[in-house]
Write a protein that binds this ligand. Structure first.
Ligand SMILES: [Fe+2]
Ligand SMILES: [Fe+2]
Length: 241
């Protein structure tokens, strides 16, 4: 298993590992700064590939922050391996993520980020947004790089296969197709539509991101507000009341 590394915004790198068994990419994102931050750890079983990719960008021992959207093996599975690799690294998650998951699971104490709190890593200012159950899981949260206008949006805009690192093409159509396909089969119902899903998505759109750093599939460069509002409509049609 091998990862490919691409810069999708200034000092924001996409580390992509294609998993032939699942037929999808697992993407982590490294913000290279005074205090380097990784968003998503990748699965424990793909840690070798992730570690090699990080080492092509920074000294892995210098990693300072380990962030992720929600507690699942692809988002946070290799957390303890990373904590062992980087002695100064600390996990960050939502208040729910720390008190319900990490206080027990993580090998070192994690830091809880309040909704709206900013984590400054040097040149980059990363705003944390608590997004319970978006894309899924109680502890879910996302980061927004305010200077580069990159929204790290986790499982939103899911695309299957092994597509290019960065696209300007429409992702709303494919997301609708994936959501419809995802409503059937043994892995159905990955994303719930709750009374606060639409407000959460509209809050993300209002950030007006320029780049969407997507976990499974190409990242997107362009009108992020329009893309998220488009996705909101598609998801409401497929999942909504
Ligand atoms: Fe997930
Ligand atoms: Fe995921």
């Amino acid at each position: 298993m091998q990862s490919t590394v691409s810069e999708i915004a200034r000092d924001v790198f996409r580390i992509s590992t294609f998993h032939s068994g699942f037929g999808i990419q697992f993407n982590q994102f490294l913000v290279r700064d005074d205090e380097p931050l990784l968003f998503h750890t990748g699965m424990r079983k793909m840690f070798g590939a992730t570690r090699e990719a990080i080492a092509s960008l920074i000294d892995p021992a210098a990693l300072r922050w380990i962030a992720y959207s929600h507690f699942e093996p692809d988002e946070s599975g290799a957390l303890n391996e990373l904590l062992a690799l980087a002695p100064r690294a600390q996990a960050v998650s939502s208040v729910v993520g720390v008190s319900v998951m990490l206080d027990d699971y993580a090998d070192r104490p994690a830091r809880a980020l309040a909704d709206g709190e900013v984590l400054a890593t040097g040149r980059h200012r990363l705003r944390f947004l608590a997004t319970p159950h978006v894309p899924h899981c109680w502890d879910a949260g996302l980061l927004f790089d305010e200077g580069e206008r990159v929204l790290f949006c986790s499982d939103l805009f899911f695309q299957p296969g092994d597509p290019e690192p960065l696209t300007r093409s429409d992702l709303v159509g494919p997301a609708g197709t994936a959501a419809q396909a995802g409503a059937q089969g043994p892995l159905a119902n990955d994303m719930p539509w709750t009374p606060y899903t639409e407000a959460t998505l509209r809050r993300l759109a209002a950030l007006e991101p320029r780049t969407l750093a997507i976990m499974h599939g190409s990242s997107f460069e362009g009108d992020g507000k329009k893309a998220i509002l488009g996705l909101t409509g598609v998801l409401r049609d497929v999942l909504g009341p």
